[in-house]
Design a protein around this ligand. Structure first.
Ligand SMILES: Nc1nc2c(ncn2[C@@H]2O[C@H](COP(=O)(O)OP(=O)(O)OP(=O)(O)O)[C@@H](O)[C@H]2O)c(=O)[nH]1
Ligand SMILES: [Mg+2]
Ligand SMILES: [Zn+2]
Length: 352
């Protein structure tokens, strides 16, 4: 994937940093100095608290590592310069020295902690939905908007195809047809029955993809179907709430035999979009673009405004009604559920 390759100037930068790090031993924490091997390039497989698991890019051997305090943030998928531990005991730890420039970053606003990076260097966001816990175009639209905003293309995957009745399959086809018409890829699979798993595996060849979606839609089940050796833990759907039980607790990167990379993530209740302004969300609605410029007013809210070309396109069937409704529902929920940090102090329902 050309997208994941470093430019020449980035390569020169990396070479310079490796050179510097080779010269500089003195700033290592006392207990680590001397126990570390030479600087090498690695991929962050997972992150836990102040430590991480890094896989060497040449040998594919994984090491537990600490993260140098000067390193800002580390997420699954990051490319790093690190030193492996020289001993092989259980307590042995290497050290991440630097994070290399990211080609892309998927972030998610956390209610308490602000915008948090989810995974780096992605080339594809696989948004997973399923009949269970709930098939919702609103949720799909949230992930599609997050993908658009981060400049990473989405692949809309519907799992648990085995659970759909024939009439429901027709409705599902209609919905997916809308997304395909806009230009998004879609794929219906069943992790349980193995349906279209080979097609998904082929599609992921050469990509760095993330499995994203609500808890219980079957992200880890899809991962295990793609890579049986992954043996990721699978949870059940609660009979009381019909929700997943947040079985996967941290993101983790896996290699496919065909060279693809896939990252399994914990399910989230709601992929928040508070960090986007109304204009930014509108830009994420690619199907609105041909019309939004033709609205009578420049600051058109695309609601009841006179001369709204977007609403007119919906009336004429040129924009799907559910996309338009989701757009407004997302906007409303963005303001309603927005953490105070994003609000203008003293002004209810207003964003900074
Ligand atoms: N019928 C059916 N059930 C499935 C399928 N894929 C997954 N499941 C079931 O869905 C439930 C949740 O699966 P997981 O793979 O743990 O879901 P997840 O998305 O990884 O959930 P979190 O890790 O909590 O985010 C389990 O009971 C699976 O057996 C499928 O294709 N068909
Ligand atoms: Mg899981
Ligand atoms: Zn308008």
């Amino acid at each position: 994937m050309s997208k994941n390759k470093l430019t020449n100037s980035q390569k020169r930068n990396v070479a310079r940093r490796v050179e510097k790090l080779h010269q500089k031993q003195e700033s290592l924490p006392g207990e680590l100095s001397g126990d570390l091997g030479p600087v090498a390039r690695g991929t962050v497989i997972s992150r836990f608290g102040k430590a991480a698991l890094v896989e060497d890019n040449d040998s594919r051997i994984s090491f537990k590592v600490y993260i140098r305090r000067t390193v800002d943030s580390i997420v699954t998928g990051d490319q790093v310069l690190y030193r492996p531990p020289l001993s092989s005991g259980d307590d042995a730890r290497g050290l991440i020295e630097t994070v290399l420039p990211r080609t892309s970053l998927l972030s998610r606003p956390d209610y308490y902690d602000g915008l948090r990076p989810v995974a780096a260097n992605l080339s594809l966001i696989v948004t997973v939905s399923a009949k269970q816990p709930e098939l919702s175009t609103n949720i799909i639209d949230r992930y599609v908007a997050a993908a658009e905003n981060s400049g990473i293309p989405p692949l809309i995957v519907i799992n648990k195809h085995d659970l759909f009745q024939d009439a429901e399959k027709a409705e599902l086809d209609r919905i997916l047809g809308v997304y395909r018409e806009i230009g998004y890829e879609t794929l219906t699979v069943s992790a349980a029955a193995g349906t279209s798993i080979p097609a998904l595996r082929d599609r992921l060849s050469g990509e760095t993809a993330i499995l994203a979606g609500q808890s219980g839609v079957g992200k880890s089940s899809i991962l295990n179907a793609l890579i049986p050796d992954a043996r990721a833990e699978i949870g059940s759907i609660s009979e009381n709430s019909n929700l997943g039980q947040h079985t996967t607790t941290g993101s983790r990167l896996y290699h496919l035999e065909n060279g693809g990379i896939i990252i399994d993530t914990p399910g989230v209740r709601e992929f928040g979009l508070w960090h986007l302004s109304r204009e930014e969300l509108t830009k994420c609605y690619r199907d609105f673009a041909p019309f939004a410029g033709a609205c009578r007013f420049r600051d058109c809210q695309h609601k009841n405004d006179p001369g709204c070309a977007v609403r007119e396109a919906v009336n004429q069937g040129k924009i799907a009604g559910f996309r338009y409704e989701n757009y407004h529902r997302i906007l409303e929920s963005m303001t309603e559920n927005m953490p105070d940090a994003y609000r203008i102090p003293g002004k209810k329902n207003s964003r900074k």
